[in-house]
Design a protein around this ligand. Sequence first.
Ligand SMILES: [Zn+2]
Length: 66
Amino acid sequence: MLARESASLTEAVTVSSTPVACDGDVASDLGHPRVFLDIPQGGSAVCPYCSREFVLAEGASSGQGH
Ligand SMILES: [Zn+2]
């Protein structure tokens, strides 16, 4: 078994719907133009600007519901 790694520099952000808008971390210098990231069901998406990872919460709608 592999030891638990702590290589991840950014915490994954759990969201309840997709696509998710990311415009960076306004509290730091990582702000960037707003982008929309489509998260596959059961998967995750990484923002190309700030490398933040977004994961879809369990049971979240994929935007296709009513
Ligand atoms: Zn971002």
